[in-house]
Ligand binder design. Sequence first.
Ligand code: SAH
Length: 346
Amino acid sequence: MQTDKKDIRSLSKEELRDFFVAQGDKAFRGNQVYEWLWNKGAHTFEDMSNLSKTTREMLMDNFVINHVKVDNMQCSSDGTIKNAVKLHDGLVVESVLIPTATRTTACVSSQVGCSLDCEFCATARLKRMRNLNPDEIYDQVLTIDRQSREHRNIPLSNIVFMGMGEPLMNYNNVQKAIDKITSEEGLGMSPKRITVSTSGIPKMITKLADDGVKFKLAVSLHSAIEEIRNRIMPFSKSFPLTDLRDSLQYWYSKTKSKVTFEYVIWKGINDDKKSIDALVKFCKYVPCKVNLIEYNPIDDGEFQQADEQATLNYIKALEANDITVVVRRSRGKDIDAACGQLANKS
Ligand code: SAH
């Protein structure tokens, strides 16, 4: 339903307090409403049981609560849950609950579609429709926290911005969502448990460092050879590897936080010695670790996971140079919930 009323969740706590004062009420009322919205995740004004009926009706006359709705929930045989999340304007994004033995990780989206053009990613084939608002990002997290408590009896422990979209192209809203997630009124989660994954936009990485952010940074590298990277991630022609390297060195100098490089090995693309040597060299510029991600095929077969031997060659070379390397197995492949498979198929 379209309405001209303002979404109450776009107001800061200060603005809510001011609103109540302007209504001739106490500023404290703003704190109560803020807590309902952000800590208790209220979906309606009726839920706000410690407010008088008159106050609730007054809020209803002035505002709406634009909550996201889980439209479709798919469960994988490995325990992964993929949510199709419907936004107030009918657009849909996806977010994923990823279980491990002791933890639950939420993989969340930052944009509807994506502005980038990585050839191997299903989301890139949807054009970018719009940025998500802070509360739409926060709601995905809250939803997965609830699902984790319900299905696994544990709260959500980690968040990765590896769903749809490029988080650093919607940085302000991502930052606001993270502020809520980490604040005591929100989930009170440590920023060290949050990883923002970027395709590698040097100017924005420099900005993160200057802003003194506390979350972790992952960069989708996939090749440390300029021509190859430009071919598989065409947008990166505007962002030379030397600029990326400089921004990451700056990031480390400011934050002292290691960067994670995400890297898929494809047959005939980057499974050769030249590619391995280039990665090892690149890793020496900045304290980092490497996550080798399994490729999740998206359809036409242009990209294929390289042979096991190529992975072993990478591991051997990286370890010989004291670079930490981890092999990440895909989760939720049977429901298209793995990295790069999010494309609103439902
Ligand atoms: N735009 C951000 C975050 C979303 S993509 C980024 O580029 O980092 C999250 C991760 O999934 C990135 O490392 C991306 O390169 C990787 N990815 C994309 N498509 C993939 C696929 N088909 N198989 C495996 N990983 C993929």
